[in-house]
Design a protein around this ligand. Structure first.
Ligand SMILES: Cc1cc2nc3c(=O)[nH]c(=O)nc-3n(C[C@H](O)[C@H](O)[C@H](O)COP(=O)(O)OP(=O)(O)OC[C@H]3O[C@@H](n4cnc5c(N)ncnc54)[C@H](O)[C@@H]3O)c2cc1C
Length: 447
């Protein structure tokens, strides 16, 4: 098939957001009685799932301290639940297991989940938490846990299977996905500044609308759109802080214990909820008994039959390289620089052993193949979903985004004329207006 020279909508990136936007746009066209016939084009310089979506751990939860994030996640969980098979979605639920320092924050999340009708239980007190966890796992042994939020919905999905399920839905409705095409820049309309064409290494595609869903590469597209690398942020106190980097990179630390995933089934042989533990209990090495940390630490994990083992991660670390110099390619496990190292393995497996006696002496089962990858975060670590230059919609999820399957659908609605209140708190203008999201006591930049 010839390379197109025109499309109504060009979407950059065949990850979770690019594909889900394409899917909903095509549905809307059909609802209006129009044929899509390749007029919605998704371009990817590599292939489907070659960015963050293809390496995501796949955890889907609602547990967010920020009301706007929670509402968006509740919407997204509805989409995951709409076709579990196509999205390879496992609605096993999610456990946020926390120490005292986080109890008040998590209790607030529980209250607000009740207000939006998102089903969860909240368990408080050390003894009650221990017995709740021992109801799942007889060998639970973490000390100092004083609250558990048990979300009954959410869970995880298998990354590449879900992406191919999504791609099929879009292609069945006439979307054209073209891989191996690199977007190099944009041609502007001289009078309005709107994007008139997308320039690629295979030629130019004139278009009416662009959606940029480029994951960690958003930094480069921001530059292509002539948007500011440094921004001003109005604080809660009303002061203006200038010269703040719009983007920053964090390394997501994830890995795999190569054992039979069945070893983390519950006492009654079921798949457990995804587990997330945040605690300030001292963490000791399971290899030599030395102290790893006595500060707040966190891990998450799940048995996973797609990765074939116990898969999970810990808190990310900030990449200190100046933003403009960070080498994003080669990405993920292929990166020579940004992969999870032995320190992560030591900490994460020791933390698993801190929680369950079954994982003691398990460091030898840690899978040494490269894993993890970088994410591009905004200045306040929350997403920006907004339109620039009239017709260039940027989906910058600040690395929150595998779980946000519903965002592309909302973006498609906005582009076709229906403004979405769920996206409103994520406009770029929030920085200068000081309409920032509240921050929590979690050790993770995304909670
Ligand atoms: C290790 C890791 C684990 C994670 N785990 C979770 C999790 O458990 N739960 C969760 O909710 N989130 C998780 N995330 C975050 C989540 O993966 C991302 O937020 C989300 O996948 C981003 O999706 P995207 O569609 O915006 O971008 P991506 O999936 O990164 O897709 C962007 C695409 O754009 C393409 N592209 C880039 N530049 C160009 C160009 N110039 N021309 C053409 N194409 C281009 C790339 O090839 C890529 O395929 C994780 C992230 C990482 C790194």
């Amino acid at each position: 098939m010839a390379f197109p020279d025109f499309a109504n909508v060009v979407i950059v990136g065949a990850g979770i957001h690019g594909l889900s936007s394409a899917w909903r746009l095509a549905e809307i066209a059909h609802e209006k009685g129009k044929q899509v016939d390749g007029q919605i084009v998704v371009l990817d310089k590599s292939g489907i799932g070659s960015g963050a979506s293809g390496i995501a751990c796949g955890v889907i939860r609602n547990n967010y301290y920020q009301p706007a994030m929670r509402e968006l996640m509740a919407h997204s969980v509805n989409v995951w639940e709409s076709d579990p098979e196509a999205f390879s979605y496992h609605g096993v639920g999610y456990l946020q297991i926390s120490c005292e320092a986080m109890r008040a924050d998590v209790s607030k999340i529980f209250e607000e989940q009740r207000n939006i009708g998102y089903e969860s239980d909240f368990i408080e007190g050390e003894n009650a938490c221990t017995s709740y966890m021992r109801g799942f796992f007889g060998d639970w042994q973490a000390k100092g846990i004083t609250s558990i939020l048990h979300e009954k919905r959410g869970g995880y999905s298998n990354n590449t299977r879900a992406l191919y399920g999504l791609a099929k839905k879009a292609e069945d409705l006439g979307v054209r996905i073209i891989t191996g095409v690199e977007v190099k820049g944009f041609e502007s309309n001289n009078s309005t500044g709107a994007v008139a064409a997308v320039e690629t290494d295979r030629g130019k595609i004139n278009c009416d609308q662009v959606i940029i869903a480029a994951g960690p590469w958003v930094r480069d597209f921001w530059t292509m759109l002539d948007l500011p690398e440094k921004i001003s942020i109005k604080t809660d106190e009303g002061d203006l802080r200038d010269n703040i980097d719009m983007w920053r990179f964090w390394q997501l630390e994830e890995g795999l214990l190569s054992i039979n995933p069945d070893q983390l089934l519950t006492n009654d042989g079921k798949i457990p909820p995804v587990l997330h533990v945040d605690t300030d209990a001292p963490l000791f090495s399971d290899a030599d008994g030395s102290l790893i940390t006595d500060k707040l630490w966190g891990i998450y994990y799940k048995p996973d039959w797609h990765f074939n083992g116990i898969q999970g991660g810990s808190a990310p670390y900030k990449v200190e390289t100046p933003v403009s110099e960070v080498q994003i390619d080669p990405y993920g496990p292929s990166s020579p620089e940004f992969v999870s190292g032995p320190e992560f393995a030591h900490m994460w497996v020791s933390a698993l052993a801190h929680c369950h006696s079954r994982f003691q002496n398990h460091i030898k089962y840690y899978n040494r193949e490269p894993s993890g990858g970088i994410g591009c975060f905004t200045a306040d670590s929350f997403p920006v979903f907004d339109s620039f230059r009239e017709n260039a919609y940027v989906i910058a999820d600040s690395n929150h985004g595998w779980k946000m399957l519903g965002v592309g659908r909302l973006v498609a609605e906005e582009i076709t004329g229906k403004s979405q209140s769920l996206l409103e708190p994520f406009r770029f203008s929030r920085f200068e207006k000081g309409k920032l999201h509240p921050t929590s006591n979690s050790p993770f930049p995304w909670s």
